[in-house]
Design a protein around this ligand. Structure first.
Ligand code: MG
Length: 255
């Protein structure tokens, strides 16, 4: 069921969005060559405790997960692109890292992700990250009252196609509210003018993710981490947004 939030509820959702943005900003600063993924997870956990927030991930156990996630942050490195389970890995020069973080503050969830390269970047990695960011911006740009859900999906898919990237549709965006994953599913490709009419009060996470040379994935033996089938690298970008009469509001905007 698709739920719409009142303007007052959207205001109540802002602290969660701000907190998630703060955590990702802090983690992006901390992520560097020589830093362990478990340290990034610990840092996020400390910030959750200090803020009195609640993790959306730690007890998360959907049908596709082998066990409860057990961490508060997704750390996807290089050929990992989604749901990366933090593990004892020290970041190396040139690693492409995606950090995905969701938390609940005052009973409302926000969800956001950012990708970056630590150390010396490869040109093609920066390009892939830029395409994911551009696709996110295009999706947000299409999140206008009067459009339909398919317009967001189409806008995302178009950016990928322009860059010759394949699009895997197994994971995409979602409604956000009291819990992390609600209706509607926000596909990363679709047909324009189709689907649910976008209305004021719809709060969704939009999250394009792409792989360099494939659209096929597999789940790592850790039971969680989604990796590219051919070992090529992936990038992921995500914001939680509220659709309003005045246009989309990015709740997880970073300063
Ligand atoms: Mg997320």
């Amino acid at each position: 069921m698709i739920e719409l939030r009142t303007p007052a509820q959207i205001e109540q959702m802002r602290p969660a969005g701000r907190f998630v943005a703060e955590v990702l900003t802090r983690l992006s600063e901390a992520a560097d060559v020589g830093v362990n993924l478990l340290d990034l997870d610990r840092l996020a956990h400390d910030m959750i405790r200090e803020r009195g927030a609640e993790s959306c991930y730690i007890d998360y156990h959907p049908s596709f997960g082998a066990m409860p996630f057990g961490h508060v942050l997704c750390t996807s490195v290089n050929d990992a692109v989604l749901h990366g389970l933090p593990h004892d890995y020290t970041l190396r020069d040139g690693d492409l890292v995606s950090l995905d973080f969701a938390a609940s503050v005052d009973g409302w969830v926000s969800d956001s992700a950012v990708s970056m390269v630590v150390g010396t970047p490869r040109e093609q990695d920066l390009r892939l990250i830029a395409v994911a960011e551009d696709a996110l911006a295009a999706g947000i740009g299409a999140a206008q009252v009067g459009n339909r859900l398919g317009d967001i999906s189409f806008a995302i898919g178009n950016v990928a196609r322009e860059h010759g990237l394949g699009i895997n549709l197994q994971f995409g965006g979602h409604g956000v509210g009291r819990t992390m994953h609600g209706d509607p599913h926000v596909s990363n490709d679709g047909r324009p003018h189709r689907g649910f009419p976008l209305k004021p009060g719809l709060v969704i996470a939009i999250e394009p993710w792409f792989l360099q040379t494939t659209d096929e994935i597999y789940i790592d033996s850790d039971g969680w981490t989604i990796k590219s089938a051919d070992g090529s690298r992936g990038a992921h970008a995500e914001h939680t947004i509220a659709i309003t009469e005045d246009g989309p509001v990015i709740l997880t905007a970073r300063a």
